[in-house]
Design a protein. Sequence first.
Length: 257
Amino acid sequence: MNFEADPLYHVMEATWPPAAVLTCGKWTIREGQGGGKRVSAATANGPVQSQDLEAAERAMQVLGQTPLFILRAGETDLDALLDQAGYDVIDPVHLFQCPIATLATERPPKVSIFDLWEPLHIQYDIWQAGGTGPPRWAIMARVKGAKTSLFGRWNNRPAATGFVAVHNRIAMVHAVEVLAHQRGQKVATWLMRAAAFWAADQGASQIAVLCTKANYAANGLYSSMGMQLSGFYHYRIQKEAYYEPQKWRHRPRSAHG
């Protein structure tokens, strides 16, 4: 499987887009502007060799970004190449997907989940508390097409927020955050069901979400709701390298503890 063959990769990028996308030789380079790995990682546009790596590395460093690559299903040769070049695996990610009808079975309790664009100030506060700050808010703002935020209230208090957008009739949910004191009460479940009902109104037929492999709670939630594991990817990053104009330097491992 590769990027062109799997529509979920396209949906992921369309509903959580980088600030800019550039072609550099055999690579696609993404400018993330601090929005995280998903919008900053480079991808190969075909077979590459070790001598092709430098072009991608320099292009990312010119943007002020640490060299970072995303490895999708089937890209075993590139994965091995990066491993040999000293790149470490970081953040394996699972992609879940199911028909809209699987989640749109029961509407949330009244006045518990709201869909609205633009988000309320309290939603930004919730995102900020969970580590989703202004660079990621900018990602949501630049999404084209159908999109909305989801705001959850529980026990008559703010509880959760999330973001959902549609591309090619597939809705993808991002940035789900539930306040710590509101967890364990199925708030995220109702948030996902609300996302499905909203997406159905936009003409979507499928709904998808992604989460890191290490997030056992989220993986368990999506599986329990009937979503199927339908894809995966991971990143490789050269943690010890940093860039100075016209030259590479390598920090000793002890500098990173």
